[in-house]
Design a binder for this molecule. Structure first.
Ligand SMILES: [Zn+2]
Length: 388
């Protein structure tokens, strides 16, 4: 790969013919049309988020002569350049000189158009440090994957989008990375993260590929449609939203793809499911509310998923003391199961550490986690009883 350092390109040159697409949140072109600011494999513009602090910082850096870092262009042909790294910074500058946002100076809030002449000149004449890179697509992409990118680090899916750029990624991003898509709100009930940062695209790929996103993107890279991806994704979303009709905050971010694969052939009665979910939701003994959904899907048997609260030390000690005193009086074992047995343990007094607490009435059958429902068993018998 060949790289050439350019030191005489100014902000004015870059912003010549700058176009910003408000709807898609991207800077499109610069350098009089010669520069593509956001090639397909780049992410959407995010410096304007978090209250625009980052884009303001870029402009203030220019005014104070602070460096804004290296910018990398990919030289596609003599008259065609693409921004490899620096898209966020360039878009910030372009947006500012086209009056898309204001910064604060000693005279109050200033748009570029209203700011003092000397400041405008200073910004426009700032020279940027730009590396122009020439190489094969795979060299450039390999490099893009490994450089330490300044600013907001790329998330893994953004890197994959860069590596497998092509028609498939373009279509996928149109559907899943567009924050204007009306479905995003519905999807957010089940998926955590933001469209801009590829959370939905990543999840869709993860589900359809059963976790092999990299392979899937490589195979489908040149596909001219995303039918399979969309169909599978919508299938999962429709499935979960038809079973769990009430949306709970704990649903967001669960492994719905895995659950769909495991349970989608089972029939569920959504009214019954809903009542069951509400009951479990109100149960103070359930520590892991995220586990409720899989617990229900699996037929309400795997209580491990719920991490039902266990008895606290004080309760266990109190129960141990009463139980042992009674047992000693009767000259029987303090483990009620040992006491009714016929072996040598039938009169054995176990120490506190040799015993475990057990729900007399199992939690899953309505038993509470209170002293009244607690009995101490020797470890062997407690293990044998299992179901708490
Ligand atoms: Zn026992």
């Amino acid at each position: 790969m060949k790289t050439t350092l350019k030191t005489n390109i100014t902000v004015k040159d870059i912003c010549e013919g700058f176009v910003y697409n408000e709807l898609e949140g991207k800077g499109l072109f610069g350098l009089s049309g010669k520069l593509t600011i956001q090639p397909e494999y780049q992410r959407n513009y995010i410096y304007a988020s978090d209250g625009g602090k980052r884009e303001i910082a870029v402009i203030e850096s220019l005014l104070k002569d602070y460096p804004i870092g290296l910018i990398y262009f990919n030289k596609v042909s003599e008259n065609k350049l693409e921004v490899l790294d620096g898209q966020q910074r360039i878009t910030s500058v372009g947006r500012f000189v086209t009056d898309k946002f204001a910064i604060k100076d000693e005279n109050g809030m200033q748009y570029f158009g209203t700011m003092a002449e000397d400041k405008r000149v200073k910004i426009l004449e700032t020279k940027l440090l730009i590396y122009e890179c020439e190489g094969t697509e795979s060299q450039i992409k390999e490099w893009f994957k490994t450089i330490n990118i300044a600013g907001v680090p790329l998330v893994p899916q953004e890197l994959l989008n860069a590596i497998y750029s092509g028609p498939f990624v373009t279509l996928g991003k149109e559907e899943f990375s567009n924050s204007q898509n009306a479905n995003i709100q519905k999807w957010s009930a089940y998926i955590k993260g933001s469209a801009n940062r590829q959370a939905f695209f990543e999840r869709a790929l993860d589900w359809v590929s059963k976790g092999n996103i990299d392979d899937y993107m490589s195979i489908h890279r040149n596909d001219k449609n995303i039918n399979e991806l969309k169909k599978y994704f919508n299938g999962v979303i429709d499935w979960v939203s038809s079973i769990f009709t009430e949306v709970e905050s704990e649903m967001s971010g669960l492994e719905w793809g895995r659950l769909y694969e495991k349970y989608n052939t089972k029939a569920y009665n959504s009214a019954k499911i809903s009542a069951e979910a509400q009951k479990l939701y109100a149960d103070p003994y359930i520590k892991n509310r995220k586990g409720i959904f899989e617990y229900i899907l699996g037929g309400a048997t795997d209580t491990k998923l719920l991490e039902v609260r266990i008895f606290d030390e004080a309760t266990k000690k109190a129960v141990y003391t009463t139980q042992t005193a009674t047992a000693e009086k009767k000259e029987k074992s303090n483990c009620p199961h040992c006491a009714i047995g016929h072996d040598a343990n039938k009169s054995k007094i176990w120490s506190f550490n040799e015993m475990d607490a057990d729900h007399v009435a199992a939690w899953s059958k309505g038993g509470a986690t209170s002293a009244k429902n607690c009995q101490m068993l020797c470890k062997t018998h407690n293990r044998a009883k299992g179901n708490r």
